[in-house]
Design a protein around this ligand. Structure first.
Ligand SMILES: *Cc1c(COP(=O)(O)O)cnc(C)c1O
Length: 424
């Protein structure tokens, strides 16, 4: 006997920008038996995952595979494999994750130039392009979807400019991959990092990445040691990749038919990712993006009908995260606690300058469902009334339901869209 009881986890409605709810199919896949990592049954799974990742990244890149670790493991792997000490990197910052990119670049010895806009705004691409010409960096590292502010940076012009100036463009699409359209090749992005626990709706623990031959060339040039067999310092070249775990030159060989041993693969997580990707491709990318937008529309309608204000530049709003201004006189953290305790709904606060100022409601992947939207709206309304905020009682759910009704009506008329393809 032990004092520790059976694991008994409450069943929450998770409406944060990650981790989000996981499709039960993914959880079931994770319970499959372990395979050895060189077992053909397993390497076949790896190959299928690469194929499906290419489809989800909308790329023809050869390299599309997950790095073990949370999303920042993917960010670090890409950056540490291409940054040589003294390299110039430009990081346009419009929220918390721009600082993460900056920090990682600095740790690997880059000479980083940053530029900033106030949180809640995005960059005018022309301003970034001007800076690219001024700084002449080797790399531009930028966030596609800033979960901290709910803003999304347009990348088309920046991608063009980088390609024309022969600058490598690295994009953190951790929050958007699988929820928002991001055409990696069309946008001329050289390397992209996604996240599993956000719109892919897979547990945290893998970071899918993709990169093109421009990045591969840089990596291969630095491939100075084979298999880690040489150990004396003199046998490393000066520009060696500083990390072993995140060395893309080695990870590449592990994910290629060569199958050179590197780490022990997290097999259960690979099962999860494979199933998560399969669910996305079954739904279809277009349908999936449309579902996220529809649920966003219903959420936003409900929030506004309650009498609350949205935060940030709405023209560049990230569809999968909605930032709401906390009304004056209301303690944002108390509201979140009550929502969690009484309604079992989790929403998020924000970081730095925005902590205590906004709430963030995520509607990502499996969490982006009609039931969840109605649940979070009713929980927020009920809590706010309890805390003394004068909401327009009852309007919120009706506004959200109107959005869903309108959608159904439109689809009845427009027979080209099959209503049952989008699970709302
Ligand atoms: C969540 C997030 C990350 C960090 O992900 P971890 O899995 O916590 O390492 C990085 N960038 C963005 C934009 C994110 O939303």
């Amino acid at each position: 006997m032990t004092k520790y009881k059976d694991l008994n986890v409450p069943l929450r409605t998770i409406m944060t920008p990650g981790p989000v709810e996981v499709d039960p199919r993914v959880l079931r896949a994770m319970a499959a038996p372990i395979l050895g990592q060189f077992d053909p049954a397993f390497t076949n799974i790896m190959n299928e995952t690469m194929e499906m990742l290419r489809a989800v990244f909308q790329t023809d890149n050869q390299w599309a595979f997950p790095v073990d670790g949370t999303s920042r493991a993917g960010i670090e792997a890409v950056l540490c494999s291409i940054i040589e000490p003294g390299d110039k990197v430009l990081v346009p910052i419009y929220g918390r994750f721009g600082y993460l990119l900056t920090e990682i670049c600095q740790r690997y010895g880059a000479e980083v130039t940053t530029m900033e806009v106030p949180w809640g705004e995005v960059f005018d691409p022309e301003v970034v392009i001007k800076k690219i010409h001024e700084v002449s960096p080797k790399i531009v590292a930028i966030v596609h979807a800033e979960t901290s502010t709910s803003c999304m940076q347009p990348l088309k012009e920046i991608g063009e400019a980088c390609r024309n100036a022969d600058v490598l463009l690295v994009v953190d699409a951790v929050a958007s991959l699988g929820g928002v359209d991001l055409k990696v090749d069309e946008l001329k992005i050289d390397a992209v990092i996604g996240g599993t626990q956000k719109c892919l709706s897979v547990p945290s623990g893998l970071a899918p990445i993709t990169y093109n031959n421009r990045i591969e060339e840089v990596i291969n040039k630095r491939k100075s040691i084979e298999l880690g067999l040489k150990t004396s310092q003199s046998e490393f070249s000066n520009n060696r990749i500083m990390s072993n775990y995140f060395d893309l030159a080695q990870l590449q060989d592990y994910w290629s038919p060569v199958r050179l041993n590197h780490h022990t693969e997290a097999t259960s997580m690979q099962y999860a990712l494979r199933e998560g990707l399969r669910i996305i491709l079954e739904e279809g990318l277009e349908n999936r993006f449309a579902r996220h937008k529809l649920n966003e529309k219903a959420l936003v309608a409900g929030i506004k009908a309650m009498g609350l204000e949205l935060f940030g530049d709405q023209k560049h709003k990230l569809p999968v995260v909605t930032a709401i201004e906390i009304p004056s006189g209301i303690d944002g953290d108390e509201v979140r606690s009550m929502m969690l305790e009484d309604f079992e709904v989790e929403i998020a606060s924000s970081f730095g300058p925005l902590h205590g100022k906004i709430w963030r409601i995520g509607a990502m992947g499996y969490s982006s469902r009609k039931k969840n939207i109605l649940h979070v709206l009713s929980a927020l309304e009920g809590t706010l009334i309890r805390k003394g905020f004068n909401v327009d009682r009852g309007e919120s759910l009706q506004a959200a339901l109107n959005v869903y009704d309108e959608y159904k009506l439109q689809n009845f008329v427009n027979v080209k869209v099959e209503a049952d393809k989008i699970t709302i």
